[in-house]
Write a protein that binds this ligand. Structure first.
Ligand SMILES: [Zn+2]
Length: 319
């Protein structure tokens, strides 16, 4: 039995789903943001499922975002639960702040390089820093392997690394029941924005978030999934159809961006502004990530090229 526990978050996305897998060991997938309101809701949710938070024996974290990982340390401490994360992701779970430093530095460099004004970057850096407290850390006691397994007394989940929405996205698939614990890899009502993120490995190269995400979606499309249990919103079926819609949407957006670039060379931030208007200012990095993801797609196809304009990148059509 898997219980979906919607937990409030202070973020625009609304509640996050924590899942309680009522089996042996009693397992929580994700924990909610590091917030008193979320902790109370989590305690209530687990109690309504007939258990206590202190009884949790294992916590699995689906990915690195604060709304999923924030309470992991507090729940682990209260319950003495094992903490499981994908091997490459474990160092981040153990030191959220160190990764946040790297990620913030990358975000600032990307914004400057792609046409966001210096003073805006400085303001946004302060906002991002203030956000960091919603996250959290815990020692990882069990490292999961991509292609490995998460076992229970009466079921087992395949563990698959599906980066794209974030570098650490991990999904759990029970092939016997067809249930997929998807984290934010696949959500019905919102497209899981592939956000530009620092690589998990400090020495690693930054991968293209959208191209990585599309590769991950192709792999997930092949799984014989019955029910998707996402990180936000209701459970759903027909995952292959939804993935098809996502591909079509990204294709449309890439065409639109190509159309703008064909008129005149533009920075990614100018493109974001022309598509989303004021939202490009309030959600600067998110919209920039979205544009750059599609530009990666166009670059890969040889349709646009990069031109350096005194340290700022302007995109030009190559055909
Ligand atoms: Zn997320």
């Amino acid at each position: 039995m898997i219980h979906r526990l919607p937990i409030p978050t202070p973020f625009r996305v609304g509640p996050v789903n924590v899942y309680l897998v009522d089996d042996d060991p009693l397992t929580l997938v994700d924990a909610g943001p590091n917030w008193g309101v979320a902790l109370v809701a989590l305690e209530d949710g687990v109690r309504q499922a007939g258990r206590r938070l202190e009884d949790i024996e294992r916590i699995v974290v689906s990915h690195q975002h604060a709304d999923h990982i924030g309470l992991v340390g507090i729940v682990a401490e209260k319950s003495g639960a094992e903490v499981c994360a994908l091997d490459a992701f474990a160092p981040l779970v153990e030191d959220f702040a160190a990764y946040a430093d790297r990620n913030d530095a990358l975000a600032q460099a990307v914004m400057r390089r792609h046409g966001v004004r210096d003073d805006v970057v400085t303001v946004l850096a302060a906002v991002t820093r203030a956000h960091r407290g919603w996250g959290g850390s815990a020692p990882v006691t069990q490292r999961l392997r991509d292609g490995g397994e998460l076992g229970f007394a009466s079921r087992r989940f395949e563990v698959h690394h599906r980066p794209g929405h974030s570098p650490s996205d991990t999904i759990l698939f029970d092939a016997a029941s067809g249930e997929l614990l998807a984290g934010d890899h696949l959500i019905k009502n919102i497209s899981s924005n592939p956000v530009i993120s620092a690589p998990l490995d400090p020495g690693g190269e930054r991968a293209s978030a959208l191209l990585t995400y599309m590769t991950s979606l192709r792999a997930t499309r092949e799984l014989p999934i019955g029910t998707v249990m996402p990180g936000h919103g209701e459970t759903f079926g027909d995952h292959a159809e939804l993935i098809g819609e996502r591909f079509a949407m990204h294709e449309r957006r890439a065409r639109k961006i190509l159309g703008l670039i064909a008129e005149q060379p533009l920075t990614a931030h100018e493109i974001a502004h022309s598509i989303w208007g004021g939202v490009a200012l309030t959600q600067t990095f998110l919209t920039l990530s979205e544009v750059l993801g599609h530009i990666d797609l166009l670059v890969e196809r040889g349709e646009v090229a990069e031109a350096d304009d005194e340290g700022v990148v302007r995109w030009t059509a190559s055909k």
